[in-house]
Design a protein around this ligand. Structure first.
Ligand SMILES: Nc1nc2c(ncn2[C@@H]2O[C@H](COP(=O)(O)OP(=O)(O)OP(=O)(O)O)[C@@H](O)[C@H]2O)c(=O)[nH]1
Ligand SMILES: [Mg+2]
Length: 316
């Protein structure tokens, strides 16, 4: 099937069904995927991408709900991508239970999609970047990407988002955990959620102390630690203000363009890498490897000689 101009028009005018179908095309790696993304690329670049990450259960989805409600009140349209949700955060459940669907503005202006990337080759960024492009071309002002902070995906999020918000909770050791997991390096803003619980102020202080030790990042901006109670929508306006402030800072310093170009380069390199890998490890080479692994293991030959013997132009 070839992509019609009418279909592209429907996507760029924000038609929900067309957008939904386009996302499925990307997710299922349908053959018209490349043509679709080629046609949509020139419409992208207007949406601002907010990444929300943090440990399981920190309240990322609840914060996302609040952001949706508060931002739509300000007449912004929102796209939401929930990556590998561990608690139910399907479009249906979220819209049915948490955001009142009777509200026409929400229905018109919010598009929510859950995505599973766990275990897929290339992890988070490939598909999420493509889905972001569709939502961007569809005219969303903000795209919120929620990823659960276990493993690599939360670090990848900083390679996609313009502003990365790391959500933590007052449970002991969280700031140390954050440091270990590399969350310190990727946060543009910290939201200490569940700050209705004990120990919130202590964690804020310890986070601030640790942040002083952090090496300066490219955009050279002070990282704020904000207290939120997402279940009560407390602190969310302040969080939005801080996101807007970061956005303004990135734009006025020219760092937004630098950051986005860097993300784009990485995205292109990753697409090429994945394709090279897929092309090289085709059925034939994969079979040769499994047939020869015994010989290599028993030292009849060695990995390098084996690689040289493969039909390849790899320079070792
Ligand atoms: N006390 C308190 N509970 C909260 C707050 N924010 C969220 N919760 C509760 O914490 C639980 C987890 O919230 P979620 O928003 O699903 O957390 P999440 O980080 O999205 O969870 P995963 O996606 O599963 O990692 C829910 O029961 C929320 O109601 C808060 O500020 N205070
Ligand atoms: Mg969640």
């Amino acid at each position: 099937m070839s992509i019609s101009e009418e279909y592209i028009n429907r996507i760029t005018s924000g038609d929900k069904r067309a957008v939904s179908r386009a996302i499925s095309v990307v997710e299922n790696e349908d053959k018209e995927k490349i043509e679709l993304l080629q046609a949509l690329y020139k419409y992208t670049g207007k949406a601002y991408k907010i990444g929300i990450t943090g440990p399981p259960g920190a309240g990322k989805s609840t914060i996302t709900d609040c952001l949706i409600k508060n931002l739509t009140k300000k007449n912004f349209s929102i796209g939401v991508i929930a990556v590998d949700p561990t608690s139910p955060f399907t479009g249906g459940a979220l819209l049915g239970d948490r955001v009142r669907m009777t509200d026409a503005t929400l229905f018109e202006n919010v598009f929510i999609r859950s995505m599973a990337t766990r275990g897929s080759l290339g992890g988070l960024s490939k598909n999420v970047n493509d889905v972001c492009k569709i939502l961007d071309a569809a005219g969303k002002d903000f795209i919120i990407i929620e990823t659960v902070g276990v493993g690599q995906s939360e670090l990848d999020i900083a390679q996609t988002a313009d502003t990365t918000v790391v959500a933590l909770v007052p449970e002991s050791g969280d700031s140390v955990q954050a440091m270990k997991a590399g969350l310190m390096e990727i946060a543009d803003i910290f939201a200490l959620n569940k700050s209705d619980r004990q120990g919130a102020d202590e964690i804020v202080t310890s986070l601030k102390n640790i942040l002083h030790l952090r090496s300066p990042q490219g955009d050279n901006r002070e990282i704020k630690v904000l207290k939120t109670i997402a279940v009560k929508n407390t602190g969310i306006e302040e969080l939005i203000e801080e996101i807007f402030d970061h956005k303004k800072h990135l734009s006025s310093t020219g760092y937004l363009d630098i950051k986005r170009k860097e993300h784009l380069s990485n995205e292109i390199i990753e697409i090429v890498n994945l394709n090279l890998q897929k092309t090289f490890w085709d059925k034939e080479n994969s079979e040769i490897l499994s047939k020869n692994i015994e010989k290599i293991y028993s030292k009849e030959t060695d990995p390098y000689t084996f690689i040289q013997s493969l039909n390849s132009n790899i320079n070792l």
